[in-house]
Design a protein around this ligand. Structure first.
Ligand SMILES: NC(=O)c1ccc[n+]([C@@H]2O[C@H](COP(=O)([O-])OP(=O)(O)OC[C@H]3O[C@@H](n4cnc5c(N)ncnc54)[C@H](OP(=O)(O)O)[C@@H]3O)[C@@H](O)[C@H]2O)c1
Length: 259
């Protein structure tokens, strides 16, 4: 059973942003992590140095790196076997990989939907399915999937992204009822805008006036990865032992109360 000091946590999307910050926090609080990404090289200097520093401080036993494109669904079974071989059964899964696109509905063709749903939804679901098989997890495990505020507010151009994350939240709600009988808790975290490579990409496309107005709608400002990491850390820990099947909206006061 996972405690606050130990545990073997698999972080999908661990080379940058929220996933990397989560890896750092989990190592610092005593866990062992396996960080997964397609690449650890094509990141900012700061992110590459952060990964290097984790490896130097905690060594290969506490901070492993694995390269895998998790959008290649047909390769995930072999990937899950490899993870089990290398690190043993997991105490936690954090799914932080994802992609977002801002497109008008007229351009939201099946190809775009397929691309977004594959990485944001299907890949997460397939990994939960594979790692909830006997021998792949330890009883008391906690799985946390990254959703988004997008399905909770109307946002033009975000229909496909929003739909992919709404599907993920629906999955969490129902699948958690099956997983709980195996001793696994499944929850989701839905952040508002957090300063990472992903948000930078669409914020950079805004006019100064649009950006100013968006920032003004966040009473506590845009988030930092650590603002989300601490919620994930809590959901992985036994302090959240009574929490299951829920999505937590974390948004610096952006949405009006009640949500
Ligand atoms: N930042 C925000 O404002 C925000 C708001 C709401 C929700 N979210 C959600 O939070 C999650 C993390 O976002 P972030 O901002 O931290 O993003 P990020 O900085 O872009 O990090 C994404 C991570 O996922 C990895 N990744 C992407 N595609 C992958 C693939 N096919 N296979 C394996 N790894 C893959 C990336 O590495 P590689 O590219 O090298 O593979 C990277 O490590 C996402 O699900 C996102 O939708 C973010």
């Amino acid at each position: 059973m996972i405690t606050d000091e130990t545990g073997n946590i698999l972080i999908i999307g661990g080379s940058s942003g929220i996933g990397l910050e989560t890896g750092k926090t989990l190592c610092e609080t005593g866990r062992s992590v396996t960080l997964v990404a397609r690449s650890f090289d094509n990141k900012t200097d700061q992110e590459r140095q952060a990964v290097q520093s984790l490896r130097q401080t905690f060594g290969n036993e506490r901070c492993r790196l694995m390269q895998q494109d998790v959008a290649q669904l047909e390769k995930l079974e072999a990937f899950s076997k490899k993870v089990k071989e290398v690190s043993g059964p997991i105490d936690g899964l954090v799914f932080c990989a994802g992609a977002q696109k801002t497109l008008p509905l007229s351009m939201t063709k099946p190809g775009v939907l397929k691309e977004l749903f594959t990485i944001n939804t299907f890949s997460a679901i397939e990994l939960v399915r594979l790692f909830s098989k006997a021998g792949y997890y330890r009883e008391g495990a906690s799985f946390v999937l990254l959703s988004s505020l997008a399905p909770h507010e109307a946002s033009p151009g975000k229909a496909a992204y929003s739909a992919s994350k709404a599907a993920l939240e629906g999955f969490v709600c129902s699948a958690s009822q099956e997983l709980i009988t195996k001793g696994i808790r499944l929850n989701a975290v839905a952040p508002g805008i957090v300063k990472t490579a992903m948000s930078e990409e669409f914020l950079n496309k805004m006019s100064p006036a649009q950006l100013q107005s968006l920032e003004a709608s966040y009473p506590l400002g845009f988030g930092e990865p650590l603002d989300i990491t601490w919620v994930i850390e809590f959901l992985l820990s036994q302090r959240s032992r009574w929490i299951c099947g829920k999505t937590f909206l974390i948004d610096g006061g952006h949405l009006p109360g009640g949500k």
